[in-house]
Design a protein around this ligand. Structure first.
Ligand SMILES: NC(=O)c1ccc[n+]([C@@H]2O[C@H](COP(=O)([O-])OP(=O)(O)OC[C@H]3O[C@@H](n4cnc5c(N)ncnc54)[C@H](OP(=O)(O)O)[C@@H]3O)[C@@H](O)[C@H]2O)c1
Length: 214
């Protein structure tokens, strides 16, 4: 089971929809169970029947084998600390890009641990931490028949966990997983999100990335 902590936002919902379309069962989590159920219901018209359910973040943490953390960076530490026992040993996927905004322009925030993903790894030292899906547009994910043509860079120190998440990314139609090396590289992928958002502003688009030459 794949679960999303903070799954009611566009990123969680968009990835949940694409995984459901790829044949996975997914749980959307929220601090408020009613909001989670509402978000799951909003995908019901597009996702296969019974593939998406909404639950509290705690139930999602308890019932999922692979847990995405999809809250804003400012909420990462309190959220993970409050669910720490339930997340022990779970394969974690961190999609968080620590960003600041000034007059609509995005910039990457400096994180003491190096990246949001490394900070999360320090909070949950017994859960394999994988950083991925930062540079994919939630808006595009949420349009089910929109063809994607993008790469997802996956960084992790645990190679088994990395392979599992790369396989998940590859299962989304139009997505190619790219091995981004260890978790220390997550900072570059997180920071790139700021550039993409500024490019979106200029081109009024939903830009994504493609690595060439590999
Ligand atoms: N949007 C994108 O295109 C995109 C792309 C790549 C990566 N990301 C990353 O993915 C993450 C989620 O993005 P998003 O756009 O979906 O974010 P979002 O809508 O701002 O937040 C996602 C969910 O997080 C929960 N949340 C918000 N504040 C919280 C708090 N203080 N404590 C606990 N939970 C809180 C909310 O769920 P409840 O209120 O229901 O609990 C909210 O629906 C971000 O870190 C972002 O950097 C986003």
């Amino acid at each position: 089971m794949i679960g999303f902590i903070g799954g009611t936002g566009p990123e969680g919902k968009g990835l949940a929809l694409r995984f459901a379309l790829a044949g996975e069962k997914v749980l959307i989590g929220s601090r408020d169970e009613a909001r989670a159920k509402e978000a799951a219901d909003s995908l019901a018209g597009d996702a296969p029947p019974g593939s998406v359910e909404g639950k509290s973040n705690a139930d999602v943490a308890r019932e999922s084998d692979i847990v995405f953390i999809a809250v804003p960076y400012s909420a990462q530490r309190p959220t993970l600390e409050s669910l720490k026992e339930l997340l022990e040993g779970k394969l974690m996927v961190n999609v968080i890009a620590p960003l600041a905004f000034d007059k609509g322009r995005a910039s990457a925030m400096r994180v003491e641990a190096g990246s949001a993903a490394e900070e999360a790894r320090d909070i949950l030292p017994n859960s394999p931490m994988v950083a991925a899906f930062h540079n994919i547009s939630a808006q595009e994910l949420l349009i089910p028949d929109r063809a994607l043509d993008t790469d997802v860079v996956v960084c992790a120190d645990d190679s088994e966990a990395k392979q599992k998440v790369m396989a998940l990314a590859d299962a989304i139609s139009g997505v190619r997983a790219v091995d981004g090396g260890g978790l220390a590289n997550a900072r570059y992928v997180e920071d790139l999100t700021a550039l993409l958002l500024n490019i979106n502003r200029i081109y009024k688009a939903h830009s994504m990335i493609k690595i060439v030459g590999i």
